[in-house]
Design a protein around this ligand. Structure first.
Ligand SMILES: [Zn+2]
Length: 237
């Protein structure tokens, strides 16, 4: 099939798909046109970006300063009452992995262009407890971390940190901190391998930055001669 005919064929299939399975903007609910995914052009233009990637001492870095995280950034601000929160929900609980990849790709592009994250050696996703990962089918942080690793030319290291025990979802700040302490352990074998490869600059990756207690707990199990950075898709204001 020639490329012109192929294009028309794909367009017909897409049109039929749209006719029978119309797709809607996750933010405003408007019907999406052929070729649009997840967001209508207006909502895509209005994403509440944090611009943390180019901002030294940004709020994410302030939140993680005690955890010895030098640099941190998030793609957009997360407000529970904002329609943009549905992007995280659709990715995490709706299992929309292409959406997660798209958002991660946007963050990756900004981080790479900023130059502030150019010396990252390895990208490490915050692990989910195996039971939670089994129920959900995937770890959302893995999806984000893979995209960031490719864009930053760094290694993807999903096994450096492991989850030690099941932690319930806690909403109160004090509960979260208590709950997260001791939740992670370092994989000594992976650590030795990274050390011998000269890998010392780690980017920790999670989906949402809230108080910073999860990333702080993960950072606490890494040796003090490692340099740490952090990235999340969303940052709770
Ligand atoms: Zn929209």
């Amino acid at each position: 099939m020639g490329s012109g005919v192929g294009h028309i064929f794909r367009l017909c299939v897409a049109s039929l798909g749209d006719l029978f399975f119309p797709r809607f903007c996750l933010v405003c609910g408007a019907k999406l046109d052929i070729g649009e995914r997840h967001l209508c052009p207006r909502c895509a233009d209005d994403i509440p970006f944090t611009y943390f990637w180019g901002w030294d001492g940004n709020p994410a870095e302030q939140r993680l300063a005690e955890a010895h995280v030098e640099k941190a950034c998030s793609l957009f601000f997360y407000r529970r009452d904002s329609d943009y929160s549905s992007l995280i929900h659709q990715f995490k609980y709706g299992g929309d992995i292409p959406l997660g990849r798209r958002l991660a790709g946007m963050l990756a592009g900004e981080m790479a262009a900023s130059g502030r994250f150019a010396d990252i050696d390895a990208v490490v996703p915050i692990p989910l407890h195996p039971l939670k990962k089994f129920r959900r089918g995937f770890n959302q942080s893995d999806i984000i971390a893979r995209e960031l690793a490719v864009a930053l030319g760094a290694a993807f290291e999903p096994r450096l940190i492991r989850r030690r025990r099941f932690t319930r979802t806690q909403t109160r700040t004090a509960d979260r901190r208590r709950n997260m302490a001791g939740a992670f352990a370092v994989n000594e074998k992976a650590l030795r391998r990274l050390r011998s490869a000269g890998t010392f600059h780690i980017l920790l990756v999670d989906d949402v930055l809230t108080t910073g207690s999860t990333i702080a707990a993960a950072a606490s199990v890494l040796p003090s001669d490692f340099r740490l950075a952090a990235a999340t898709l969303a940052c709770v204001e």
